[in-house]
Design a binder for this molecule. Structure first.
Ligand code: URA
Length: 203
């Protein structure tokens, strides 16, 4: 069966639905990850937002950006004049990578190799979705889209991301982890400004 899945994985799916069926049928390549969390949103949107990987809450609900980072992102998007329904939302890695600590499931950052393993799904997905602009939320998304390790603080803003017109900004989880209230407020303002700029660029 593992070989059958591997063989299937290299056949180009004919549609986004076929790709999603393939993704859902394939075991996680990272530790943890009970289920694949698929991208969601309209086809041919102005923007596709790419995160790192689903978190605990996303893994439970099976939808991207529904946990704390997702809620922060939705608040920032609303301030930038973006409705959730208008944007395509997905992740570089389709499974939640975690370690169990008692009752808690602790997020683990995917390795470069793991990100690379998931790249083909992401690129195939984006080839069906056809956004005008791809927004990389954080370094993992930028790595997945370009194959290069980009420091977000130095590469924020519009830039080519592999085959896509793109924009690099902070991941909302990064804001949640900033210990300093002032730094958090500044990074949040930067995220809102970036989302608004990406929206304007895509129109
Ligand atoms: N963080 C992500 O990168 N993606 C999600 O879907 C949720 C949190």
């Amino acid at each position: 069966p593992a070989r059958a899945v591997a063989a299937m994985a290299h056949q180009a799916p004919a549609s986004l639905a076929a790709l999603n069926t393939l993704i859902s049928a394939t075991p996680a390549f990272v530790s943890g990850g009970t289920r694949a969390v698929l991208g969601e949103g309209p086809l041919e949107p102005d923007l596709a937002l790419v995160g790192e990987q689903p978190g605990d809450q996303e893994d439970v609900e099976g939808r991207p950006f529904v946990g704390p980072a997702g809620q922060l992102l939705m608040t920032a998007m609303a301030e930038a004049g973006l409705a959730r329904e208008a944007v395509y939302l997905t992740n570089a890695v389709k499974h939640f990578k975690f370690v169990q600590r008692g009752k808690r499931r602790l997020h683990q950052k995917p390795t470069g190799g793991e990100v690379k393993h998931y790249r083909w799904w992401l690129e195939t997905e984006l080839s069906f979705v056809r956004p005008r602009l791809v927004v990389a939320l954080g370094g993992t998304a930028a790595l997945a889209l370009t194959g290069e390790a980009l420091a977000v603080s130095r590469t924020r803003g519009p830039r080519r991301l592999g085959a896509h017109d793109g924009y690099v900004t902070f991941h909302p989880s990064y804001l949640l982890r900033l210990p300093d209230e002032t730094a958090r407020r500044e990074a949040y303002a930067a995220l809102v400004a970036d989302l608004a700029a990406a929206k304007a660029l895509a129109q």
